[in-house]
Design a protein around this ligand. Structure first.
Ligand SMILES: *Cc1c(COP(=O)(O)O)cnc(C)c1O
Length: 412
């Protein structure tokens, strides 16, 4: 094995260290569903986990294995599983590790579909308490006797609130709780949640890993930090071998195998290729976002800017300590009387689209789209102003980005 220190060096040299025939430097796309063996004994050994190998593509292929091992390396974990989407990865975690009567503490500032997923869990008898996770004290105060897991995001969207990641991690360690961190907004390039003692890390691969908005995927990584022998919900069948693997084994068997939210080899291949430039793309998009945030913050037609790179951001100091850059999501409120749609229609560079982590700058008004269903009262409670615009900043040249926004603002 070659030894390299840098994030990108490790990604681009990952595949050639694997043992493939014909020495490809990209792991090929394996599209076979079944895997055949010369002797029955060999097949039996694979089924019984005595030798490693593939049996059926719903659980893994050499292509998805390769992506999993690359993700494990970037997150400094002990193992990863990939799924068809980020939501597939999250639902796999909740549905295999929690059961009726358990309690989950989750951040109040969650990706909309994650919030919706959690309300579905309540239908299965899982109790959920939503808290303002920017302060660990709120998480601590929500603990009940049946609490098993804490779930937060690194940087929330659209408000860019940052969870009190380190203090929550210290507390979860002390209490023996599973600490699940959705690292999608930061990616392992900006932040590795193992540094905050996370047990499990979830990434939507559809965002910064793939980067080009062409494939969906999700991953869960076990950091090795949690002692699964203390966790009550592990089935007897998986209480074998090293205890730090039990959680991931259960997610693999009960979710990937039994629920089947499998990522295709084609998708895994595209995500692996996209990941090679993750750091380069994020260096640019985060620098662009900071430059635009600074322009907007001083503009007379802008009421407020939400971006962790601004010293006015409530968690700016923590973001500076923890993250390599401040992310490429920024939101802002136009002053009352100015029309969000008019602005976006005159900013040429933005594409009117949802989604995050594309190479192109995408923007949309919040109250009339993603948060429309919520209604004005709940929007106000969730900190979504009627004048808020969310931008996912791309890798365009900085001058083009700034000039385009300046022009749009001048038209109002
Ligand atoms: C997009 C996103 C997800 C869901 O990922 P998909 O791949 O779209 O299913 C989960 N969490 C966050 C923070 C996201 O931005």
């Amino acid at each position: 094995m070659i030894k390299l220190k840098g994030f990108t060096s490790n990604i681009v040299h990952h595949d050639r260290q694997l043992d493939h025939n014909d020495n490809p430097i990209h792991t090929p796309i394996y599209n076979s569903v079944p895997y055949g063996y010369k002797s029955t004994k060999d097949l039996e050994n694979v089924f019984q986990g005595k030798t490693s190998g593939h049996s059926y593509a719903r659980q893994a292929t050499p292509t998805t294995d390769s992506l999993q091992s690359m993700i494990t390396q970037t997150e400094l974990g002990i193992g990863s599983l990939v799924f068809a989407t980020g939501m597939g990865a999250l639902s796999a975690i909740f549905l295999t590790l929690l059961k009726s009567g358990d309690h989950l503490i989750a951040s109040r500032f969650l990706f909309g579909n994650s919030y919706s997923l959690i309300t579905t869990l309540e239908n299965f008898g899982i109790e959920v308490t939503l808290v303002d996770a920017t302060d660990a004290d709120n998480v601590i105060a929500a603990k009940q006797d049946n609490t098993l897991m804490v779930f937060v995001e690194t940087i929330a969207n659209p408000g860019t609130q940052i969870s009190d990641l380190v203090a929550i991690g210290n507390w979860c360690e002390q209490e023996g709780l599973v600490y699940l961190v959705d690292n999608t907004m930061t990616s392992p390039y900006l932040f590795q949640p193992i540094r905050a003692k996370a047990s499990l890390v979830m990434n939507s691969l559809s965002k910064y890993f793939c980067g080009h908005g062409t494939v969906l995927g999700g991953a869960v990584t076990d950091t090795g930090f949690f002692d699964w022998s203390t966790y009550p919900n592990i089935f007897d069948a998986y209480r074998k071998g090293e205890a730090n693997k039990w959680g991931l084994t259960q997610i693999k068997k009960k979710a990937l195998r039994d629920m089947g939210g499998t990522l295709s080899s084609d998708g895994a291949y595209q995500i692996a290729v996209g990941s090679e430039t993750m750091a380069l793309r994020m260096d640019r998009s985060c620098a662009n976002a900071l430059a635009l945030a600074q322009l907007l913050e001083t503009h007379e037609k802008v009421e407020a800017v939400y971006y962790p790179g601004l010293t006015s951001h409530p968690q700016h100091d923590k973001a500076t300590d923890w993250f390599r850059h401040y992310g490429s999501i920024l939101s802002f409120d136009l002053k009352d009387g100015y029309d969000c749609a008019q602005l976006l229609d005159s900013v040429d560079i933005t594409i009117n689209a949802t989604h995050l982590g594309d190479n192109r700058t995408l923007a949309l008004p919040m109250a009339s789209t993603i948060f429309y269903e919520m209604g004005p009262e709940n929007r106000a409670k969730s900190g979504i102003s009627e004048q808020m615009i969310r931008c996912s900043i791309g890798i365009e040249d900085t001058d083009d980005l700034l000039e385009s926004f300046q022009f749009g603002l001048d038209q109002l």
